[in-house]
Design a protein around this ligand. Sequence first.
Ligand SMILES: Cc1cc2nc3c(=O)[nH]c(=O)nc-3n(C[C@H](O)[C@H](O)[C@H](O)COP(=O)(O)OP(=O)(O)OC[C@H]3O[C@@H](n4cnc5c(N)ncnc54)[C@H](O)[C@@H]3O)c2cc1C
Length: 506
Amino acid sequence: GAEVGSAAVQRLARQANRNLPELRTHDRFGNRIDVIDFHPAWHELMRRTWESETHAYAWTHDRSGAQVARAALSYLWNQGENGVCCPMGMTYASIAALRHDPALHDAWAPRINARAYDPRAVHAADKPGVTVGMAMTEKQGGSDLRATQTIAVAATPRRGAGAEYRLTGHKWFFSVPMSDVFLTLAQTEGGLSCFLATGWLPDGTRNRLKLQRLKDKCGNKSNASSEVEFYGLHAVMLGDEGRGIRTIIEMAHLTRLDFAVGSAGLMRQALSQAIAHTTGRRAFQRALVDLPIMRGVIADLAIESEAMTWMGLRLAGALDAGERGDAAEAALSRVATPVAKYWACKRAPGFVAEALECHGGNGFIADHLMERLYREAPLNGIWEGTGNVICLDALRAMQRAPETTEAYLDELRRARGADRRYDAFVDRLAARLAEKQGLEPVARQVVERMALALQAGLLLRHAPDAVAEAFCATRLDGDWGHAYGALPAGLDTGAIVDRARIDTDA
Ligand SMILES: Cc1cc2nc3c(=O)[nH]c(=O)nc-3n(C[C@H](O)[C@H](O)[C@H](O)COP(=O)(O)OP(=O)(O)OC[C@H]3O[C@@H](n4cnc5c(N)ncnc54)[C@H](O)[C@@H]3O)c2cc1C
């Protein structure tokens, strides 16, 4: 926390986002090289992120809670610089896909989990530590990956898992094109399959890919995102032929958790900035935060931020326990992770806009970090499953595996009796979930309520009364407006704001 909040890291973050990555397709002799030039600040941020083990802690520490600790690290780095969180999150999550092939997993996991960032354009096996990316989305659609057109042809008589293939096709989004290793999807005779490729080949040449362009993005500027063509890309099939979606879906489960946690981190940073500004600035002879309406706005943001944090870390705990064989926690993780991804990513843009407004005009000016958070905020809602797709995923989990609904309702039962509004809300929701059919048109409403119930239960069990009371009154009982700060009278907003303050003397 001290590191990501330091002036040094915040300066690096600013530099990396003002000095954009540049694509160099050719060297001075006209040979294709397809490399990206970054400002040194990017490499320094990557080095620090990898040093902190945010990409690997869950796999390198074989003890209960390791996933929660890693999620906490991610929550913090998302308050430092969000661009590096893209390669960091994909590298972390790649282990889940690699587990489909124990030989590939054992070959790559030590380098993937190493605390070493090496930016050189050389073959991954020549590096102490590697970054992992993924290139899935094609022009015709990212949500419906079954429409993939890239084709893979066996390079040797051997076929199927672990065999060598050559890929031809196009990917419309390929972030971190300097990834040492990346996963991709292509069609074979047996159907859509997952492949693992290295960015460079053992002889030191670029793998058979051409970077066409870098995306000119709304946010996430420090990180390069490219369009790429494969012309005979050397790759190895990962997992079973024709089961490509199944192979990457467990990876997607982890990246989705990471974006729920990441958006909570982004919101926490926006809140911290808003509290600091409104505490230090005076208007009408008082600190802004002591003016009643402003106090309500900050309190409302603080409630939202705390609820997101609990939800993200609780689900990291469910993942952790599930990984250790607890079936009920695994079921909770399965259904509630998309719920959390949907809600945290959906709430972040409005949240950041409100926190920005707390700064007045300064918040809208690019000297301030708020501007960057504002441009970043919508992104987590898009990649790794847009809002609608994520809601459908939550419904699918409940339809295919009824034990996920049971595990979710069991989690809610833990807070039963603590608040009558909560009990009534949970009863209505349970009745809704029991309907099972016909939920797709109302998926957003159902998933939103699932998120609110989960958050309320966690706050009732773990947060101070002032926070839980305000959450239940507004989010469950509806005594609330449509903008942040439209709170009812009688809430202890002073206590809520004080709880959210960072002790800058510590
Ligand atoms: C900055 C950035 C970096 C990215 N990096 C990568 C990367 O490294 N690798 C990679 O593979 N991809 C990457 N992506 C792509 C991203 O994963 C896709 O944009 C995303 O999956 C959505 O796909 P799409 O853009 O094709 O939109 P579409 O799939 O066309 O979706 C458009 C809209 O339709 C909705 N929709 C789709 N299906 C349904 C449905 N069944 N019911 C209701 N609504 C539906 C969606 O919710 C969305 O609102 C990146 C995207 C961005 C913005």
